[in-house]
Structures are given as structure tokens and as C-alpha cells.
Design a protein around this ligand. Structure first.
Ligand code: 2M8
Length: 489
């Protein structure tokens, strides 16, 4: 019996009615890129209609669109992912956003990361959401009333969630510095370094639930790929009823088509898992005994390893010792190979710690270890074979964008969030991995396809994996930021 098994324990229902699609917009809506229309405003795109009319196609126009999108989403000391759907600060979003900001407004890149790390907990965890106290109650669900971080010892003064997201921040800080290598950037790196080390220390010591050198995620939201088919097997074991959601008002389905979002059953399970973790005070030590969702994710752990590689380089810049980071990076790669490599598919699969089995869905998560520079050539080659296969279609000339799930699988859903659509942050990571492992032509094909997506549809949150039509938020920050990064290469 777990705390998450009892849906009646899930509480903190939000009943406040959002004030409207642009109720939370504080930027000037007349600006290019400001998010004032939900995707449903354009039925051809919402239905996955043809791309081709949504964005500029010349590099200068694309760059302008990206800058305007980031400016419109800037909020004092951080960038919201989207004014309507996600009006607070998200952890891995801020990392991707900082990479783009470094090119156009370097001081904001450092502010972005600094504001996130100000919300770091005493145990080193970097929360996946930092709530903006100026936003009205009900601007996002689930809000602070569900998480109740204020009552947890070691949580910051500002309200946050108690979960984490893939630790791409050290890599982002390093890349931001490389784009803007000035004294202010070096000073910012110096300030960030201990916080980045503490983030890794938290993951390595508190979240190594299996004791195998890998981080365990305790909620699908921690993966960043919330409703990926990779989580279907572990999620099926989480007891919850979709009817629980009658007590809540979901915010996301006010702003986006419900058919594109996770289902009510997904949300009921999400809330049950949060309640299980929260009701144990977000303590990690007893997780193995009671927690309903315990998974080792290849993308999360690839980010964890890549953070040590980045920290080694940052250490050199700030006068610290890179040696321990290099040693930990090697250990993480070794653990990934030992625990998540699937000899049957040649790629990497999540491991469900409750059953101690690799999950069978072949999602884009399996390509992520390519970002590790020390991945042995044999496994890197196998990932490239998978990336080039009909499942993912990476090619020198791509006829369709990179999907987030195997497009030949029966449960591939081209419109539903992380179950098929194409996302720029994932493409950006795979692009990086291809370059790291000596595939510049494939990387160039993927880069072109990502730039064309924004050219065809604008800075959308995600894109239809067949037509390239824009889906989700039409003014999404990491799409803009990573587009800038891709354009600069
Ligand atoms: C999505 O996740 C949030 C929950 O954290 C949501 O669906 O409400 C995901 O796409 C996640 O990866 C992203 O960080 C977040 C904000 O963009 O939205």
C-alpha cells in the first residue's frame, strides 16, 4: 500500500476560473511573437493541417521572431515558457532559454539561471517549477497549494514544486559562456559553479535509489517528456481513477486542445504520485519502500553525465579541480551502459525499478546518450542506426521532422504532446550528439529540418511530425532560444 494509492489523499483542488486565454498576458500583445491566440485560433494548424504560412523563412526574419518571442516572455528575472500555458519559471526550460539568451542578451542569460538557482533547496534539488508570487491563483494547475513547499524544511522562501527536471543546466551555463565569454559571464559562472555542483550532489546521493550510479526519477514530469509512451508501463501500476479530476479544474486544456494533451487518467496519476512524494515530506531516503513511480531514464541520466563533462570544463575556467567531475562522468557513462543499454535494440531504454525491467517502448529518449562524448563507438553507432531508421528518420535531407516516439509504433500519436510530435529541445540534443560522434552531415540535415519547422509554423511549442504544423503554445521560449543557437552555428 502506498500513499499514492489513495486518490482521496490528493487535494489542493483549484477551482478559480482562469480569466481568459490571455488573462495572464502582461507583455504588449501587439508585439510580434506575443502569445495572445491559443493554437485553436487557427483551426488548420490545430487539426495538423499543412505548414508553410506561419513563420519567416529568411535567417534575419527568423532571428527577429525568436528575439521578439523571448522578449515578450521575459518576466523581470526569468523567462516564462509560455504566457498562457506555463506562466511561471520551469527548470530545464530556463537552461535551454539561457543558451539562446546568451547570444542576444547575455545579462539575461545569467539572470535566468541565477533566479532559478535562488530557488534551490537546502538539499541541492533544483525545483522543476518556481512559482511567480505575482501570478493570480489558478494561473497554472497544479499550483503552490498542491505542492505546499513552504511547509518543508530546506525549501526556499518562494513557492516551488518538489520535483526536478533533467540537469541540463551545467551544459547550458558552459554554452552560454562560450557564446558570451566576457568578465561578467566568468563572474556569473563562478557564482553558479557551487550551485551546479550541489545539484549534481543531490541527484547522485539522494536519487540513486537502486544504488547503481544512476538517478531515479520519481514522476514522469521529472523526465520533461511527461506523457511519453515510455512511461505507459510504469504508470499503469499507479493506482488512480480519471474521475478524480472532476474535483479539479485543469488549466492546460483551457489553453490547448484536450486531444493534444495528457489525458485525465494521466493527470489523476500525476497528482497521486505528487501526493505520495509530498506526504513523505519530499524525502528521498525511503522512496524504494513506498513510492509508486521509480524509473531510471536514459535522457535524464545522459544529462546527468553530460553535466559532469560540462562541470569539468567550468572547473577549469573558474580555477577549480576538473578531476572529480571527469571521474564521475566516466562512472555515469559506465552505469548507463550497464543498466540501460538494451542489447536487443542496440539503444537505451528506461528501467522501471519497481519491476527491475527495461520498458519496451522505443521512444526518442533512447537516442539521448549520444550527447555523452565518452559513449563507446559501438553503442554510439547503434544509436545512429536507430536514429536513421524508419522509426526516427534522421537523414542528410529529412523529409519529415524528428518525432518523439517511434513513428512505426501502433501507439504513435502525431498530435498528442510527447507521444509523437516533434520538439526542438530534443532535436537540439540529438543534433549535438550527432556532432559529438562525428556525423556532421546527419546533424546538418536535422538542423535544417528544425529551422524549417519554425520557418513553416513559427516558434511553436511542438510540431506535427508529418506536416510540420505548429502545435501547443504558439510563442514558446525554448523553441525561440534553441532556434537562435542553431542559426548561429
Ligand atoms: C511541460 O510540463 C508541464 C509540467 O511540468 C506541464 O505539462 O504542465 C513539459 O513539456 C515540460 O518538459 C516543460 O518543462 C514544461 C514547461 O514548458 O511543460
Amino acid at each position: 500500500m502506498t500513499a499514492g494509492a489513495n486518490p482521496t489523499r490528493v487535494d489542493g483542488a483549484v477551482t478559480a476560473e482562469p480569466t481568459g486565454v490571455d488573462g495572464s498576458v502582461t507583455a504588449d500583445p501587439t508585439r510580434v511573437g506575443a502569445e495572445v491566440h491559443p493554437i485553436r485560433a487557427d483551426p488548420t494548424r490545430a487539426a495538423g493541417g499543412p505548414a508553410g504560412s506561419g513563420g519567416p523563412t529568411d535567417p534575419a526574419g527568423l532571428r527577429r521572431l525568436a528575439v521578439d518571442t523571448l522578449d515578450a516572455n521575459w518576466e523581470h528575472d526569468h523567462t516564462v515558457p509560455s504566457r498562457t500555458l506555463y506562466p511561471h519559471q520551469w527548470s530545464w526550460d530556463s537552461a535551454f532559454i539561457a543558451i539562446g539568451l546568451a547570444q542576444i542578451r547575455p545579462e539575461r542569460a545569467w539572470q535566468e539561471l541565477a533566479s532559478l538557482f535562488r530557488a534551490q533547496w537546502a538539499d541541492g534539488r533544483v525545483p522543476h517549477i518556481v512559482f511567480n508570487p505575482a501570478m493570480r491563483v489558478g494561473a497554472y494547475f497544479p499550483g503552490p497549494e498542491l505542492w505546499r513547499s513552504a511547509s518543508v524544511e530546506g525549501a526556499p522562501a518562494v513557492d516551488t514544486s518538489g520535483l526536478v527536471q533533467p540537469p541540463v543546466h551545467a551544459l547550458a551555463a558552459l554554452l552560454a559562456y562560450r557564446r558570451a565569454p566576457d568578465p561578467a559571464g566568468l563572474a556569473a559562472l563562478r557564482r553558479l559553479y557551487p550551485a551546479l555542483v550541489a545539484q549534481q550532489h543531490y541527484l547522485a546521493t539522494r536519487r540513486d535509489v537502486a544504488g547503481d550510479g544512476l538517478v531515479c526519477i520519481v514522476h514522469p514530469w521529472e523526465s520533461g517528456l511527461d506523457n511519453s509512451p515510455a512511461w505507459d508501463e510504469p504508470m499503469a501500476a499507479v493506482p488512480a481513477e480519471a474521475s478524480v479530476m472532476r474535483a479539479y479544474r485543469r488549466h492546460d486544456t483551457v489553453h490547448a486542445d484536450a486531444a493534444h494533451r495528457p489525458t485525465d487518467l494521466d493527470y489523476a496519476r500525476y497528482l497521486a504520485i505528487v501526493a505520495a512524494y509530498r506526504d513523505h515530506g519530499y524525502a528521498d531516503r525511503p522512496l524504494a519502500d513506498h513510492h509508486p513511480f521509480l524509473v531510471e531514464c536514459p535522457l535524464f541520466n545522459a544529462a546527468f553525465g553530460s553535466a559532469e563533462h560540462a562541470l569539468a570544463e567550468i572547473a577549469v575556467l573558474v580555477g577549480a579541480d576538473p578531476g572529480p567531475h571527469r571521474a564521475r562522468a566516466a562512472q555515469i557513462t559506465e552505469a548507463l551502459l550497464r543498466r540501460l543499454h538494451d542489447p536487443g535494440t542496440g539503444t537505451f531504454q528506461p528501467r522501471d525499478l519497481r519491476t527491475d525491467r527495461l520498458v519496451s517502448a522505443r521512444t526518442v529518449l533512447g537516442l539521448a546518450p549520444l550527447i555523452l562524448p565518452d559513449l563507446p563507438a559501438r553503442q554510439a553507432d547503434a544509436i545512429v542506426v536507430e536514429a536513421r531508421s524508419a522509426r526516427f528518420g534522421v537523414a542528410r535531407r529529412m523529409d519529415r521532422p524528428l518525432p518523439t516516439h517511434d513513428r512505426t509504433a501502433p501507439d504513435f500519436e502525431p498530435l498528442r504532446y510527447w507521444r509523437g510530435p516533434s520538439w526542438l529541445n530534443i532535436g537540439w540534443l540529438v543534433h549535438r550528439g550527432l556532432l559529438t560522434h562525428g556525423h556532421p552531415e546527419l546533424a546538418a540535415g536535422l538542423r535544417r529540418s528544425m529551422i524549417d519547422l519554425v520557418g513553416g509554423a513559427g516558434c511553436h511549442e511542438y510540431f506535427h511530425p508529418d506536416t510540420g504544423a505548429g502545435l501547443g503554445s504558439p510563442a514558446f521560449s525554448w523553441t525561440a532560444a534553441l532556434l537562435l543557437d542553431l542559426l548561429a552555428d
